[in-house]
Every structure is written in structure tokens, then in C-alpha cells.
Design a protein around this ligand. Sequence first.
Ligand code: C5P
Length: 224
Amino acid sequence: KPNDSLDGKRVLVTAGPTQEPVDPVRMLTNPSTGTMGFEVAREAARRGADVTLVAGPTSLDTPPGVTRVDVRTTEEMHEAVQSRREEVDLVVMAAAVADYTPKNPSDSKQKKEDGNLVLHLRRTPDILKTLGEHKQPGQTLVGFALETDDGPANARRKIERKNLDWIVLNDPKEEGAGFGTKTNRVTLFHRDGYAEEVPLQSKSQVARILLDRVTASVPEPSGE
Ligand code: C5P
């Protein structure tokens, strides 16, 4: 089989934003459209992988051959991912997950009152860090990082802290990269120190380059 084949590999991709409810008609979210993760899922399926895509709210169509699981909150994404973690060879965590969620979301619409409103937030579970803590033998974990400052140093720290194999650094200040664009410019970091700047191009091409590099580092199942 060709070198870039993912035949027989089980791949889990997350994509899109999460929505954290404040009350039934309000939420905390971010401008992620899910494009980068959907392109990774599409390309992995094209290469023969068995792909599950855990998607936050997005208007994108499911790529051909991909099994899609829709979620809304970080907590729901956490459950969808952790329940599958023992059965996947590669996880690409491209979702823009919320770090905080309202502590006491209201069941009814909050009325406005005079003066300021204080919203109490609590930390969400770190989905990827949890995967890193339970990493299966031979499993490859890929994270994304969006940094406005000290990108490379932060990316490397995240590889260590979350026990990742690869991290994809996005610079949101870069023209044509990051949220809501069709293109991206990223830097790939491997845990062994390898780094590669991927020039600005379509997110589908970035997905191909990412999977090329990652596939080259995914171990073959023993006995094959
Ligand atoms: O820590 P930071 O949010 O920058 O890490 C980015 C990576 O961690 C992304 O791959 C993101 O999807 C993942 N993440 C997660 N759970 C969180 C926060 C981030 O899986 N609560």
C-alpha cells in the first residue's frame, strides 16, 4: 500500500467551536467554522481511514465516508471523545474548545436589570490533556494551538504538558490564517524537536501535509 495510506487506521477528529450556555437563548462561543478539522477528516477518509468526526455547531457538510457525531458543549465533546479513546490510532484535536463555561446556566431567560452583571465561569475539562494521560500504546495525538504571543515556546510546552506527538501552531494575526478563512499558515512541531513551517495555502492542502507528516510517524500495528 502507498506510504500515505491510512488503510485500516481508526482516526478521530474534532472540529468547530463549542457553545457554552448562559441561559436558553445566550451562549459563550468563538468564531471557529470547523473548516480545518473537516478537511483533516475528509483527507483521512480519502486515504482509507475509518474516520469519526466529533463536530461542534457548524454549517459544514459531512465529508464523504466520515461518521459524524454532533455535540454542543465542551463537556459533550469530552464525553464523545473519551468514550472512543481506546479504539483509535490517531486523534487530531482541531476543535476550538472553550476553556470556561458558565457556572450556573439558567433554565429560563435571564431578565436585564440595572447595573453590571457578573457571570461566574468554571474551567472546562481539558479533553486533549485527558487523552494524553490515558495514551494508548501506539496511539498518536495531534493538537492545535492558537497563540497571539510566544507561539513556538507555548506550542512546545503544550506538547509536554498534554503528552502530544504533534502540535499545529496557528497564528491568528497572520493574514489569511486562522478562524473563518479558507487558507491557513501553520507551523508543525513534533515532540522530538522537529519543526516545519507550512506556507500559506488552502486548508485542504494543509490537511494533506499534516497527514503526510503524521502518517510517517504513526507506528504500524504489531503483527502486520
Ligand atoms: O491549551 P490550548 O487550548 O491552547 O490547547 C490547544 C489544544 O488542546 C487544541 O488541540 C484543543 O482542541 C485542545 N483542548 C482540549 N480541551 C480543552 C482546551 C483545549 O482538548 N478544554
